[in-house]
Design a binder for this molecule. Sequence first.
Ligand code: HSE
Length: 300
Amino acid sequence: MLKIKIPATSANLGAGFDSLGLSLGMYNEVYMEESDHVNITSLDDIKVPQNESNLIYISAKRVYDICGKSLSGLTIKQKNNIPMTRGLGSSSACIIAGLVGANHMLNCPFSVDELVNMAAYIEGHPDNTTPALLGGIVTAVFDTQCVYWVKQEVDSHLKFFALIPDFELRTEVARGRLPEQVSHKDAVFNLSRAALFSASLLSGKYENLKEAVHDRLHQPYRMGLIKGCEQVFEATYKLGAYATYISGAGPTIMSIVDGKNSLFGLQIRRQLDEIGLSTWKVCELSIDNIGAQVLEQETI
Ligand code: HSE
């Protein structure tokens, strides 16, 4: 079977709502082959849709449909290491698995740009799907048809700590909290910080990141959905984080930490326990600069 490895992603990066995202070293694995019927199984204890409503299947079928090829069925086996509905790009990983897998099975009729566009179309925004496909940090603008993107590699000595709550937060719910209109002042507040974030991360001016992740478009409206959010932000900064922000639509909180800060993981674990958040997981991740990979034909 074809094996596809797809990274987790962290979107928004503070001020870059729906436009900035980066890829992290935590991976879903999807095994896929054509079949005469739909046969979908989970390789772990995570329940996944086993019929045609499965997002990997939907995305693969879309590739076949656009190519005018019929698809009688697929065998899909999925290993779900990326926690679902937590702001770490699990749905984008499914979309990318389906698109990349189907494209490969059809001998690659679609270019990278076309896959980027299809993925953003299915997801509705490009800030998880694009880094899941390409790796690194991605700046992306989606005009509803086409994604204008730039991928850049990130210095791999930075560490990313995902502080993952034990509850789910659906993106629709978190997006439902956002105002329909914002002021000119708030728009300027965000666009200047989004630009500062990329430039600072990529040039190594990490002392700017704390200011750059401030935002007025989504985080203030979503914080109330994550119990303990403000205390967690404060704790991470006391422990020396360069920057802390709500990952994607939440509820995961992401801290960017210097590679030499070897105590951060242990100390933030202790702090979470002290503020009554002992059910939250602390997950240390590194940047993934590669993106989705079709690895090999494997028998499982
Ligand atoms: N940019 C998206 C949001 C990411 O914040 O709603 C979540 O999919």
